[in-house]
Design a protein around this ligand. Sequence first.
Ligand code: 2AM
Ligand code: CA
Ligand code: CA
Ligand code: CA
Length: 267
Amino acid sequence: MLSNLETIYTYAEKWVREAGELIKQSFSKELLIQTKSNPNDLVTNMDKEVEQYFIKHIRETFPEHHILGEEGYGEKLESTDGTIWIIDPIDGTMNFVHQQRNFAISVGIYVDGVGEIGFIYDVIHDELYHARRGQGAYMNDIELPKLDPVSVKEAILALNATWVTKNFRIDPSVLSPLVTAVRGTRSYGTAAIELAYVAAGRLDAYITPRLAPWDFAAGLILINEVGGVATNFEGTEIDLLKQNSIFVGKPGLHEEILENYFRKASR
Ligand code: 2AM
Ligand code: CA
Ligand code: CA
Ligand code: CA
């Protein structure tokens, strides 16, 4: 007899892979592209179709579960009680539209606020990052090793260039000394993949001033499983149902950046 979470995990994996197929098949069809909050904030028919695909299957199979999705076909949730699927049908829509790669499906499943199951599927590379709480994190069949500490000067930091220019979310003078100090910076245009890469040790840290629950829900579960540290910019707990600043990194590195860059700047 499968445990409840094993059953959920099995269905979630099946639906994530099927949704990936739907997205791949869409490349031979015409894409409908619209804008949301501003001319650079894109959404396509596929973002909507993939979210609706998950919702249909979840509601049929697990009618008591709650769903939070970026495109708004789920619910507006005030409480973390019960089982909640937090879904980003396509993370990296701009990449999906412009590059047809470097996007992912992100699904995080929380029970009473605790992250239990995470999937991030890089569809084009066929890399499925997945984790269950307490059972390690994997990329396809390969178990991801625990993260080792690294110093700032040897670190690769993921960061969008926007945040080192004048903007209204973070003072660039906080980040520019850090950008100077690290070995290198990278930007992939998809928060979910950036979080998965931190879990996989391909990136040492990722800093971004504003993410929504569907951007980070799955990634945080992966990072927890490999001993990474995940907080907001204040170094405190991330609120699952709200937008947060997000700072994730290897142990040691996270503390060093928090103390020597973020906290120094606020003193
Ligand atoms: P999306 O593609 O699902 O919208 C791009 O740097 C990353 O930021 C992507 O993960 C993108 O997710 C996310 N993103 C885009 N617009 C955002 C917004 N207004 N708030 C928070 N995250 C956003
Ligand atoms: Ca979006
Ligand atoms: Ca997203
Ligand atoms: Ca999205």
